[in-house]
Ligand binder design. Sequence first.
Ligand code: BTN
Length: 129
Amino acid sequence: SLPPQCVLTGRWVNDLGSNMTVMAVNEKGEFLGSYHTAVTATSNEIKVSPLHGSQHRTNKNSQATFGFTVNLSFSDSVTVFTGQCFVDEDGKEVLKTMWLLRSNVDSIKDDWKATMVGVNVFTRLRTKK
Ligand code: BTN
């Protein structure tokens, strides 16, 4: 039987309640999208941020690895995610990711506290008609 297919394109929600939209993945595996985080480490008002990503071997791998960068529009930080698109036992697509968030610090002396790390699990967002 054919292996289950996991497709990145579409709308996703993660375990924090953050939403992202991934546009079409091109022939090189590149994609663009938008990221609406549910949380922030800053006191700034949350706004939607652009994302730029790259997916590995679009045709040959039905559960592809990928990475994307979120350039935060409302803070001076950047987050990079890497992960893999899986089809779980219930046939549902799930993105298992890890991220590194780099904050802007004023001095090289503060470099040690400038990076956060975490995991996020994304499932496909389905809004009722
Ligand atoms: C900031 O606090 O400087 C910007 C907001 C960053 C949101 C992070 S990105 C990694 C983690 N996953 C999310 O969905 N939101 C947080």
